[in-house]
Design a protein around this ligand. Structure first.
Ligand SMILES: NC(=O)c1ccc[n+]([C@@H]2O[C@H](COP(=O)([O-])OP(=O)(O)OC[C@H]3O[C@@H](n4cnc5c(N)ncnc54)[C@H](OP(=O)(O)O)[C@@H]3O)[C@@H](O)[C@H]2O)c1
Length: 323
């Protein structure tokens, strides 16, 4: 089977596609034929050695996949060959097949296709965790989403809208803003051209209630200042690179709160609570309350180019590798 291999942490152009033997499912494991592997910003950081976790090389990147079960190991109950499943693999997903613990599999809802399913878990769980576990969102509240045309941004727009929030999407290009509008955003701010704080306050009337910030850098402080009374600023990531330092008087004013979000860390600390979160997410997807965007598809050979495109901002929305 073909698989993407990272032999050294560093430039993405050192990634290669290799032929390896097909995995055999050990006890408690199943083998999944990968129909789509979600590519996330973090995959590129991992391969470049710029993430907090530095995996030993060689390794196969790819944190989440959707596909069909092709082999079942001893001791596995309730899963059969042919089942359509989602697997949050952590590593190993950029391949034609991957072996995963049966207990970690998630049945794929019929309402979505393999591409949508392969780009669901990381971004949607992060946002659902943010808006239901780390803070809350009341119907009618304003949510300012930075990087709204990116993976987390589109998921935030979808989830916030489904929870009854009113989304202001902020992004760098018209294409990305249009993608956020299609996902349910009510208003947009082109934050490289318009004044983020002023526009967000104009649109929301009294300041926004929640900020979702996966971008960091210079927009963070403007977004913090755009929040009204009891505003919650959710720190999700730093895709732009710099980590903003904000004046704490801006947190004191209006009784605002800064909320740290580390969904990945929480899944290790409390895997049972995470299963519950995933269950809620799947109900929202299966019932049509959430409508994940259709990702752009690329072959395995384009893994490095897609990860580069996410990191240099040229690829917006969601992307999958289709082996
Ligand atoms: N805390 C958690 O639990 C958690 C979970 C998942 C992801 N994350 C983090 O969230 C961040 C975003 O992930 P994602 O999947 O949404 O990534 P993505 O799809 O690549 O989107 C990131 C967005 O950031 C914006 N951006 C601004 N400056 C940028 C720059 N210099 N380089 C790249 N992007 C830039 C881009 O939007 P514009 O071009 O519109 O500005 C881009 O669309 C990452 O740092 C990731 O590690 C955190």
């Amino acid at each position: 089977m073909r698989t993407v291999v990272c032999t050294e942490l560093g430039p993405l152009d050192t990634l290669s596609v290799e032929d390896r033997g097909s995995p055999v499912p050990g006890e408690g494991f199943v083998v999944v034929d990968v129909r789509a592997a979600g590519v996330n910003f973090v995959d590129g950081l991992l391969c470049q050695g710029r993430y907090q976790i530095k995996p030993p090389t060689p390794f196969v990147p790819g944190g989440e996949v959707a596909g069909e079960v092709t082999a079942v190991g001893l001791g596995v109950a309730g899963i059969a060959v042919g089942d359509r499943v989602i697997a949050f693999t952590g590593f190993g997903g950029f391949a034609e097949q991957v072996a995963v613990p049966a207990l970690s599999l998630i049945p794929m809802p019929d309402t979505i296709d393999f591409g949508q399913a392969a780009t669901l878990i990381q971004s949607y769980c992060t946002v659902l965790f943010t808006l239901t576990r780390r803070t809350s969102l009341a119907p009618g509240e304003w949510v300012l989403v930075l990087g709204a045309g990116g993976g987390v941004g589109l998921a935030a727009t979808d989830v916030a809208t489904a929870l009854g929030g009113r989304v202001i999407a902020a992004a760098s290009s018209q294409d990305k803003l249009e993608a956020a509008i299609a996902m349910g955003a009510e208003a947009t701010i082109a934050y490289e051209e318009e004044d983020l704080k002023t526009r967000a306050r104009q649109i929301s009337g009294d300041g926004v209630d929640v900020v979702i910030d996966p971008v960091g850098g210079r927009h963070s402080e403007a977004a913090l200042r755009a929040m009204g009374h009891l505003g919650r600023f959710c720190v999700i990531g730093f895709a732009s690179g710099p980590i903003a330092s904000v004046p704490l008087n801006q947190v004191l004013l209006n009784n605002r709160t800064v909320v740290g979000v580390d969904w990945g860390g929480w899944t290790f600390k409390d895997p049972f609570a995470n299963r519950e979160l995933i269950g809620e997410l799947m109900v929202m997807v299966a019932s049509g309350r959430l409508d994940p965007t259709e990702p752009a598809s690329y072959p395995l050979e384009d893994a490095a180019a897609v990860m580069s495109g996410l990191i240099d901002r040229s690829i917006g929305g969601k992307a999958v590798l289709v082996p």
